[in-house]
Design a protein around this ligand. Structure first.
Ligand SMILES: [Zn+2]
Length: 301
């Protein structure tokens, strides 16, 4: 039957997952510049085959390994966006004159940022630029999010994030994220608690950055539903292996994860890997055990 014939959807380097706010959230996978709408593929067989090539997403050089988020080693060691301060912005060292790329720092970091609270398998605090709202939450698979403060720079937002994270955390429990729908959290109530618990740290930051930290007067929480029909494959973590088609029936998309009946693939982990994405391709199913067994394993997490 023609409908069942394997069909290659795209070939090329894996880019980041693109997301759009809708009910449910819509995702597209960037493969070599081709955008593959994923929601339309739910319930169908989808495979990714790593063709054994990785190219740096910045300079395009072939690299044996991917560093950071899809870079070659040289770029990873020299680009400001690969520096530690990008993930820990409270450690920004621009003021010390040691920013790897001051022009990039000016454009990326010296602009307004938001501090937010979100529910991505549990409460977390994070920061984002205004143009990334709400995509930042969709990239994390957060079911709820609320902006709580506006700052003038990334560094300021990072300092507030670090202060609040002492009481709430800034990491996502990824196993929880891909294993269940997160229980709802009263984020405005959580904010009141956090502001109280962190009041000494927040007062110190107000003194350090006078007039720069703007609490949002009436925080408005947002909710998101994800295109997930089942979490049955969540106990197995999939990896890209040269010349092996992995995947299976696509059960869902959440954050950076593709949920198959055979397991879950963290797409971002394989940024810049060259793949061939197909659907309708028969694959050798390598699931470790029956679905019931997978559920048992989930209890161990
Ligand atoms: Zn490079």
């Amino acid at each position: 039957m023609a409908a069942d014939a394997p069909r290659v959807l795209a070939r090329g380097a894996l880019g980041h997952m693109q997301s759009a706010a809708a009910a449910p959230v819509r995702y597209a996978l960037d493969v070599g510049g081709t955008s593959i709408p994923l929601n339309d593929l739910l319930g169908r067989d989808v495979t990714l085959r790593f063709v054994g090539r990785i190219t740096c997403r910045y300079c395009g050089a072939t690299t044996r390994k991917s560093y950071g988020d899809g870079y070659c080693y040289d770029c990873f060691k020299t680009l400001a966006r690969c520096d530690l301060c990008v993930v820990s912005p409270d450690r920004c060292h621009y003021a010390a004159g040691t920013c790897r790329e001051p022009d990039w720092g000016n454009a990326f970091c010296m602009q307004p940022h938001f501090v937010y609270l979100a529910n991505s398998a549990g409460p977390k605090v994070g920061i984002t630029r205004p143009q990334n709202v709400p995509m930042r939450w969709l990239d994390q698979g957060a079911t709820q999010g609320v902006l709580v403060m506006r700052t003038q720079t990334r560094h300021q937002a990072g300092c507030v994030e670090a202060a609040l994270a002492r009481y709430v955390g800034d990491r996502t429990d990824w196993r929880g994220l891909i294993g269940r729908d997160a229980p709802r959290i009263d984020l405005p109530a959580l904010l009141v608690q956090l502001r109280d618990r962190a009041k000494l740290e927040l007062a110190a930051l107000d003194g350090r950055f006078p007039g720069a930290l703007d609490w949002i007067a009436s925080p408005t929480p947002q909710r998101f539903d994800y295109p997930v029909t089942s979490y049955d494959g969540a106990a197995t973590v999939l990896s890209l292996i040269v010349d092996v088609a992995i995947g299976g029936t696509l059960l869902g998309i959440k954050g950076q994860y593709l949920l198959f009946d055979t397991g879950v693939l963290n797409v971002r982990r394989f940024t810049s890997y060259h793949v061939e994405v197909a659907h309708g391709d028969p694959i050798e199913r390598v699931r470790a055990g029956p679905v019931a067994g997978a559920r048992d394993q989930m209890d161990l997490f």
